[in-house]
Design a protein around this ligand. Sequence first.
Ligand code: NAP
Length: 265
Amino acid sequence: MFKGQTIWVTGASSGIGEALAYEFASLGAKLILSARREAELERVKAACETMGAMADDVLILPLDVTDEGAIASVTKAAHGFTGRIDMLINNAGISQRSLCIDTDMATYRRLFEVDVFGQIALTKEVLPIMLEQKSGHMVVTASVAGKIGVSQRTGYCAAKHAMMGFFDALRAEVSKSGLHVTTITPGFIRTNIATHALKGDGSEFGKVDKNIAGGMDVKKCAKVIMKGLSKRQKEIPVGEGSEMKALWVKRFFPNTLFKMVEKMG
Ligand SMILES: NC(=O)c1ccc[n+]([C@@H]2O[C@H](COP(=O)([O-])OP(=O)(O)OC[C@H]3O[C@@H](n4cnc5c(N)ncnc54)[C@H](OP(=O)(O)O)[C@@H]3O)[C@@H](O)[C@H]2O)c1
């Protein structure tokens, strides 16, 4: 179903975004790949070409989602690629590994700039294009952390909860205009997310922790997401650890869940 569609993936230089790019490339989509590291995007584009994409099918548009001044011109370039944007996957993101007591306000602001305001700014720029088309699919990679608060993630959980709220509210506004909105809620997925996570002072955590090391394979994760996107699921939970059961516990037995996460510390 994605053949010939124009799909814009942010955070496409690594992890979930990269794995999604390969899935779309193999299905014959027209791809726009964004992230800050252009050399990594070139690597992903080259790999897409080994999966059946032609060089002209993949456009690299480097973008720092916190660079609000660049978002309009990059969106114009993205739209100019095929004259359409059928899907925007707001996937760029950074995590956190620090207790609240140790976290600088500047670090909270950085998490929100990337994980919240970057996504909102890009979505707002693409929205008029989709409304004009009378079709389009807005997607965000939120997280289980957008539903459950856990230790060492006060900023990240707040940001991902914000994204769940924003996109659920957006869906209520645009569904009558022919647009679809999907929130993806991954559990632990084996990517570079922990390595690039912020410590309290804003420096990088710089290592993989146990949960991420033992997380779901990213290719497997991308396949689950693709299935959900093809069905235009409103929410796509993806993961295979106990964190996925925690979603269910939170929904039906919130107090039990709060006790569980307190014990985890
Ligand atoms: N892995 C997990 O367990 C997990 C679980 C739940 C949710 N998620 C979410 O999944 C998304 C993808 O993360 P991942 O796990 O694939 O981690 P990852 O491998 O570290 O990928 C993160 C991506 O975001 C991009 N990025 C970071 N800051 C950016 C910025 N300011 N502007 C533009 N792009 C930026 C990075 O590219 P550059 O460095 O090149 O800019 C990279 O492509 C994130 O939103 C994350 O919160 C991950």
